[in-house]
Write a protein that binds this ligand. Structure first.
Ligand SMILES: Nc1ncnc2c1ncn2[C@@H]1O[C@H](COP(=O)(O)OP(=O)(O)OP(=O)(O)O)[C@@H](O)[C@H]1O
Ligand SMILES: Nc1ncnc2c1ncn2[C@@H]1O[C@H](COP(=O)(O)OP(=O)(O)OP(=O)(O)O)[C@@H](O)[C@H]1O
Ligand SMILES: [Mg+2]
Ligand SMILES: [Mg+2]
Lengths: 258, 258
């Protein structure tokens, strides 16, 4: 089982869109996947047509008490895909966890029993856009980081900052083996020079860490969440589904030994 | 003098693009403006071609010690526009402030002397995408909130959450007069139904709070930050500059009594 944090402190770069669609595509290829929504916005939860409030489950209790993560797992309507929903209370967890002794490893401790006992191939953590407690907890809990990055300037600038934070977490001893395992280029727009310049720049600095598959900006990918459907259900034969299926294939190939 | 928080916990909705371009347009119309970059990403700072690290100034010290905000003010190359840069240390401030008694009103206290003595018309606070300490401090310090919202589904979902947080801050007594003064529709794309549906939905719920001026998605607005220029300098006669100039005019009309 591998725990993968899908993180980037820059907002709106496609973290949730990647977490949800990668999870759905992996599940359709018979990988057993748990998606954990760590964002108080709970966008990953609503993108699957679900709601944290309705389910009454989230990572809030496991982060602040002895409640177990296993009790928060909810089945989705898709085979091989489970979710721990997000909800607004997670915002309050940031302050409560900040005041605890082990404020960096609460999530890592809460997920340890799953690592030992759950028959899962992958756990994907959808992170909120921040350099706060929820994000650093995700980095301390994960085996690797997948960073979606928009083909835009601010997103490029942010890459060095997340690289810096990853080294800080690894060096602090909270998660010595942590590594930046993959970068995914999202919202690639063939019409603009900016997109190609950013891709070139990222490939120059990060080489093979950058996935070959790029996700284009498409109207359908922007629409799908409003119907509570992943792209392979909303528009199974379109540029968005083709890209995320190819991404899932590349992801499986990179984790073959896993 | 009015303190305006430009905030939305949803990431990538155009907070920084709006803060920087509204500030530059107001300054060009002879309003005296201070832009405060509260985001550890420091995008507003780099969008003006500056860097917090180089200047060695930010709101970090005033938030965690008795250092004054006035000492952090730096002139920009534009008349009537000053900045307090952002820098990565602000991420650390979240944890340090969370552990203090007055964790909600540190910023409000730090900005009080400016309110009494600085010859400014407007102070614009560019907020990070989060429901954490930096954002709640900005809401507690501001006279009003301006919420940029992308014409997309997740952004629409997020509007009820920020409305909820504003009421919590007002009801808590930290800032009883706080109100959601304006909503700005950003990245409007004439080509998609989603854009018009979101605009219709927002106008239905929030009526006149929504600015009449909408900001279209344009390639130049996406490119401008990589040159460290606001749009009125990068492409003075284009859809982006026309929209932000119109927005500044509408903003001034709405603050006439200010
Ligand atoms: N490839 C794409 N084509 C078109 N729209 C997209 C694409 N990927 C994401 N979007 C849209 O762009 C917006 C931002 O994407 P998303 O919410 O997934 O980013 P995020 O990084 O999770 O944001 P946050 O930082 O708020 O968590 C959303 O409205 C989403 O629907
Ligand atoms: N009207 C527009 N047209 C085209 N691109 C835009 C427009 N407004 C913003 N952008 C681009 O979209 C991205 C997101 O915008 P911006 O960074 O201003 O949002 P934000 O809400 O400040 O993000 P964060 O949540 O990370 O602080 C940036 O790369 C920016 O250059
Ligand atoms: Mg997200
Ligand atoms: Mg910003």
């Amino acid at each position: 089982m591998k725990i993968i944090a899908i993180a980037n402190q820059k907002g709106g770069v496609g973290k949730t869109t990647t977490a949800v669609n990668l999870a759905a595509c992996l599940a359709s290829k018979r990988k057993r996947v748990l998606l954990i929504d760590l964002d108080p916005q709970a966008n990953a939860t609503s993108a699957l047509g679900m709601s944290g409030e309705e389910e009454g489950k989230s990572m809030y209790q496991p982060l602040i008490s002895e409640a177990t993560a296993a009790d928060q797992i909810v089945a989705t309507r898709f085979d091989n895909l489970w979710i721990i929903p997000g909800d607004i209370n997670l915002a309050g967890a940031e302050i409560e966890v900040a005041r605890q002794e082990e404020h960096l490893t609460r999530l890592r401790t809460a997920l340890e029993p799953l690592r030992q006992g759950a028959p899962l191939d992958f756990v994907l953590l959808d992170c909120p856009p921040s350099l706060g407690i929820l994000m650093t907890n995700a980095l301390a809990a994960a085996d690797e980081i997948l960073v979606p990055i928009q083909c835009e300037y601010f997103a490029l600038e942010g890459l060095s900052k997340i690289d810096h934070v990853i080294h800080q977490i690894a060096d602090s001893g909270a998660n010595p083996g942590l590594r930046l395992a993959g970068i995914i280029m999202t919202m690639f727009d063939v019409r603009t020079n900016l997109s190609s310049q950013v891709v070139e720049e990222v490939r120059k600095h990060f080489g093979d860490t950058v996935y070959k598959t790029m996700v284009p900006r498409t109207v359908r990918l922007g629409e799908a969440p409003s119907f509570g459907k992943p792209i392979i259900e909303y528009e199974p034969v379109g540029a968005g589904a083709i890209a995320y299926n190819a991404l899932a294939k590349e992801f499986i190939a990179r984790h073959r030994e896993g």
